[in-house]
Design a protein around this ligand. Structure first.
Ligand SMILES: O=c1ccn([C@@H]2O[C@H](COP(=O)(O)OP(=O)(O)O[C@H]3O[C@H](CO)[C@@H](O)[C@H](O)[C@H]3O)[C@@H](O)[C@H]2O)c(=O)[nH]1
Ligand SMILES: [Mn+2]
Length: 738
């Protein structure tokens, strides 16, 4: 029976942030003043003035949305202790945990293995947990690693629990150089040493396997992988850890799944993999809650599941309204001061918690606990599905329809796990033809049609009127890798920009969600904010070219010294930067981190996001499809620690052409001003101090590129890119002057 305890499992804390709000309105006022100034002086100026006006109009609208997103800052605090007081351990609901990996080279098996170990070791009754690993790379190495990890887990999990180890991904635990101190018991020291030795052995085994081409004896299990092509192979499902007959072995279940792939069948990247995981787990364990993480996102806080359950089982709001609990994405070994501007700490803090005050945080693809019912298409106050409908929705497997019906009815009892009895069904639901004629990817499961399946899936949930909650325990729940280096970040940002635009320009556009479904208006604005990331590249790039244009043609784009309006851009510049810097400082970050983010914000918009837009244009015109390019994961950036670690790197990618061009343009413009090469001014005024100041600012923002012009190897911009940019610069200058 549930124990009695009425203190709430979580608390909702609202923050006023009055100072921020005041500054937000000052900025808005200044933006509007600038627009009014443009309108009033329209007749004296030409085309460039119009471009400036349109860009500023965009910035203003965007600012209005930003204000709305940040307005209602709400935080949630969770109390796992109270949960354990209230609910007996054996009454806690089962949770299925999903890990996705797709490429054993870009995602080294040792990383995936650590993530899996950290999940197997969380503080939660082990017989309520099952871990499913989806391997889209169909790699014997990944499978081998899991098998070896499961052997190590038999030592590791009891060790973690016995000594209440805080970080349960062994590579982190043993990496911290922390040797047991004299305060620790002799027994602990002994076991610690054994554990470290065992982990080192495991590590070596995996390294050896990676080094050799035929890594290990192809015994029966591994023979399945011989002669396999990544994109053309049958399903492989292997139960790596199962319950031993009758009694628990103290470990959660562990299952390896590589779904069927055939060249002619679209596999829908990660969304497809998630749907196979959902179905296979539906047959095997059918837990009412599902956690999903990327292969690099290990559980860094042993109570993650309890924290999530506080929210999902919580009582002070209508629990049935909360669809998912999302933990923020935080990265380990992040370089100091975020040189590549991709740690997103301030975005998570101010936007994550701001949107929390509306309908709830976005689903971010990893570190999220979902309700199976919601993933199965349930709405907050839904009717029941008929049998026919179930078949149409979930497909032709009787076993799956039955388990889905159970899940939708809220029955949580676990079906028997023995693979034998459900083997055929599991293979059936993992086949590549299974989804034809069903609602998978359209109404149930992870949604298809975008390389940012996470945001799209979250949107489809919010559309139905569900809410979501961002959960931020003091000890970060999950930690993962973020790309270091220019090309890798750019590829990731481009994929996001394209994926987000794919949703904006489809029938899933959030505006329809507000008009025809249950998406709240301000939540719709929040989605528009993120879906238009890619589009921001257009005004940003145009606006960045304007000061160069005005200097080269000796006109002005910003008000001149003798006008009162001269002070508007200055005030805008000063307040915006103070506002931004204050947010960085309040998030515990440095001014340098702010500056790096500022720089990278401009660079990303002109490169990756711009190419995200091109990608969409190519897709819409039917020339090419968008693809999910997996991000490379490094276990630690320590390989390149030292002075060079944060230095921007380049490759031949065309993405680097636009920022290089903008840089060359500004250098040309500044040189022409410096050496008096500007043509005579038509209006007798010529370009002004603000135009030059803006130009200098842009050169500073593009500093990594300026260094790249003179760098060599991967630190240098390739000559071909420089030539292309020089050509474009020349073209631009000629056009300006004609
Ligand atoms: O065909 C595929 C492609 C990718 N993945 C997995 O998807 C995850 C995310 O891929 P990654 O390359 O790490 O992308 P990121 O840009 O780092 O991921 C962010 O953005 C993605 C798209 O928005 C989300 O899916 C992720 O959860 C989110 O962390 C990884 O575990 C991959 O193994 C697959 O399983 N199958
Ligand atoms: Mn990732």
């Amino acid at each position: 029976m549930a124990k009695s305890n009425s203190s709430p499992l979580y608390e909702r804390l609202e923050h006023k942030n009055t100072m921020h709000k005041v500054m937000e309105f000052i900025i808005l006022f200044l933006l509007l003043s600038l627009l009014v100034y443009r309108l009033l002086s329209f007749s004296n100026h030409g085309f460039a003035w119009l471009v400036a006006f349109l860009c500023e109009l965009w910035f203003t609208l965007y600012w209005v949305i930003t204000i709305s997103n940040k307005w209602s800052f709400v935080e949630y605090k969770t109390y796992p202790d109270r949960l354990l007081q209230r609910v007996a351990e054996h009454e806690l609901p089962p949770v299925d945990m999903f890990v996705t990996t797709a490429d054993s080279e870009l995602e080294p098996p040792i990383i995936t293995l650590n993530t899996v170990l950290s999940l197997l070791a969380v503080d939660y009754p082990t017989d309520k947990l099952a871990c499913y690993v989806s391997d889209d790379g169909c790699s014997p190495l990944t499978f081998y690693s899991l098998v070896e990890a499961s052997k190590f887990a038999k030592l590791w999990v009891p060790f973690c629990k016995k000594y209440n180890v805080q970080v349960r991904a062994p590579f982190r635990y043993f990496n911290n150089d922390a040797i047991p101190s004299s305060k620790n018991s002799g027994e602990f020291k002994q076991e610690w040493k054994t554990m470290k030795d065992e982990y080192m052995k495991l590590n070596r085994k995996i390294e050896d396997a990676v080094a050799k081409s035929i890594p290990f004896d192809l015994s029966e299990d591994f023979s399945l992988f011989s002669n396999i092509e990544r994109n053309n192979h049958p399903t492989i499902i292997k139960v790596v850890l199962d319950k031993e007959e009758g009694h628990s072995n103290g470990l959660p279940r562990l299952v390896y799944i590589s779904r069927e792939k055939r060249p002619k069948h679209p596999h829908h990247s990660k969304a497809g993999a998630m749907n196979v995981l959902t179905r296979v787990s539906g047959l095997m364990t059918n837990a009412p809650f599902m956690l999903n993480v990327d292969c690099d996102m290990f559980a860094n806080n042993p109570s993650v599941v309890l924290h999530a359950m506080c929210i999902l089982l919580g009582s002070n709001e209508n629990q049935n309204e909360i669809a998912f609990a999302q933990f923020p994405q935080i990265f380990y070994d992040g370089l100091k001061d975020d040189p590549f501007g991709n740690q997103m700490a301030v975005i998570w803090k101010y936007l994550g918690h701001g949107i929390q005050g509306i309908q709830g945080v976005f689903y971010a693809g990893t570190g999220c606990f979902h309700r199976r019912q919601v993933i199965y298409g349930l709405s907050p106050n839904n009717g029941k599905l008929g049998n026919q409908e179930l078949l149409k929705t979930f497909g032709n497997s009787k076993e799956l329809t039955k388990s889905a019906a159970d899940a939708l009815r809220g029955e949580t009892k676990c079906p028997s796990m023995l693979l034998k009895s459900i083997e055929a069904a599991a293979y059936q639901v993992a086949s590549c033809e299974y989804e034809y004629g069903t609602n998978w990817g359209r109404k149930v499961g992870w949604m298809y049609g975008s390389t940012t399946e996470d945001i799209l899936t979250g949107l489809s949930i919010h559309n139905r009127g569900w809410k979501s909650i961002i959960c931020t325990p003091d000890q970060p729940a999950f930690l993962g890798c973020t790309p270091t280096g220019g090309p890798a970040s750019m590829t990731q940002q481009k994929r996001w920009a394209t994926g987000l635009l794919e949703v904006l320009l489809s029938k899933n556009c959030p505006i329809f969600g507000t008009v025809f479904a249950h998406l709240q208006f301000r939540q719709c604005l929040a989605y528009l904010w993120i879906f238009t990331w890619g589009l921001r590249s257009l005004p940003e790039t145009c606006y960045a070219a304007l000061p160069a244009y005005s200097i080269i043609t000796n006109t002005h784009i910003f008000p001149k010294g003798q006008e009162l309006a001269f002070y508007i851009p200055i005030a805008l510049f000063v307040t915006t930067n103070i506002y931004n810097i204050s947010q960085y400082i309040q998030s515990g970050l440095s001014i340098r981190a702010w500056w790096n983010n500022q720089k990278m914000g401009r660079i990303t918009a002109m490169s990756a996001w711009l190419f995200g837009v091109f990608g969409i244009v190519l897709k819409l015109s039917g020339i090419s499809e968008t693809v999910f390019e997996v991000t490379k994961k490094d276990q630690s950036s320590s390989t390149e620690k030292g002075t060079e670690a944060g230095r921007f790197t380049f490759d031949e990618s065309p993405m680097f052409v636009p920022p290089t061009t903008v840089l060359l343009l500004h250098l040309t413009a500044l040189a022409s001003a410096l050496f008096g090469l500007q043509p005579p001014a038509h209006d007798g005024l010529g370009s002004g101090r603000l135009d030059v100041a803006a130009s200098v600012c842009l050169v500073l923002c593009l500093w990594p590129f300026l260094k790249g012009l003179f760098g060599s190897g991967k630190y240098g911009i390739p000559l071909s890119t420089i030539f292309k940019s020089a050509g474009l610069t020349l073209m631009f200058c000629t056009l300006c002057r004609s």
